[in-house]
Design a protein around this ligand. Structure first.
Ligand SMILES: NC(=O)c1ccc[n+]([C@@H]2O[C@H](COP(=O)([O-])OP(=O)(O)OC[C@H]3O[C@@H](n4cnc5c(N)ncnc54)[C@H](O)[C@@H]3O)[C@@H](O)[C@H]2O)c1
Length: 244
């Protein structure tokens, strides 16, 4: 059987969800292609792409030129991408009245615009082959919110709506589009939270924060045929924290 390929954006953070997903797909025998900001990948990322026979691309996913160059290389080398996990994201904690234009553009750029820049060339190729699975990184923050994350919540709400729209447009081509909506996952993205007193654990029946592996299991399911009849869904991965 031909080796399957997944593109993961934002997979270089050692404790991050993207690398957790990359490691899972590498273990399952997929080729893992990771795009992230750093010139060179860290040790964990390097190992995951190497184990999988994949590659690392130093790309700012908000930069169309850089994304297009990476995609050109990917399609020249690997021909087809079976799945995309559009995961790169940032979270800036800023009161609504203080958000600068630059902060707004940056966060919307990484969390939402990148899904167009990376998703469009991959979706076009999937349309030709009439198959593929696209998984976008949403968040519980796209369904409800907390103080000082107005741009994050707006971007993730956008991701959920984008998921639903892409699912409708691409479904007739046999392409499924879903998004993951994690609750609190122990990674570096939450660092610098101004209000650590929000009682997230009290709201979490499983009584622990999530791990990148918890999200990886869901991304694995969504990328594969076990979820063949699911599209347009925003899947909570929250340890039971109740949200719609
Ligand atoms: N950790 C959580 O609690 C949580 C909850 C819900 C959703 N999420 C979402 O999951 C995704 C991954 O988050 P994480 O917690 O692993 O965070 P993380 O900070 O560990 O990883 C984010 C990765 O994105 C990369 N990145 C940032 N800007 C980039 C750019 N312009 N170009 C390329 N790469 C870029 C970073 O370098 C990093 O490797 C994000 O979209 C985040 O919003 C996380």
């Amino acid at each position: 059987m031909e080796k399957k390929t997944i593109v993961i954006t934002g997979g270089n953070s050692e404790r991050g969800i993207g690398l957790g997903v990359g490691r899972r797909f590498a273990r399952e025998g997929w080729r893992v292609l990771i795009m992230d900001l750093a010139k060179e990948p860290g040790e964990g990322c390097s190992q995951a792409v190497q184990d999988s026979g994949g590659a690392y691309y130093s790309v700012d996913v908000t930069n169309k030129k850089q994304v297009d160059a990476a995609m050109k290389d990917i399609f020249a080398r690997y021909d087809f991408v079976d799945a995309l996990f559009s995961n790169a994201g940032i979270l800036q904690w800023v009161p609504f009245v203080d958000v600068t234009e630059e902060q707004f553009d940056r966060e919307i750029g990484v969390n939402l615009k990148s899904m167009y820049l990376v998703g469009q060339p991959i979706a076009r190729k999937m349309m030709e082959r009439r198959k593929g699975s696209i998984i976008l990184a949403g968040s519980m923050g796209g369904k409800e919110s907390a103080p000082f994350q107005s741009v994050y919540a707006a971007s993730k709400g956008g991701v959920i709506q984008l998921t639903k729209t892409m699912a409708q447009e691409l479904g007739p081509y046999g392409i499924r589009v879903n998004c993951t909506c994690p609750g609190i996952i122990n990674t570096d993205i939450g660092k610098g939270a101004p209000n650590p007193k929000i009682p997230w654990l009290d709201r979490t029946p499983l009584n622990r924060f999530g791990t990148p592996e918890d999200v990886a299991g869901v991304v694995w399911f969504l990328a594969n045929e076990d979820s063949a009849y699911m599209t347009g869904q925003a899947i909570n991965v929250t340890g039971g924290m109740m949200t719609f």
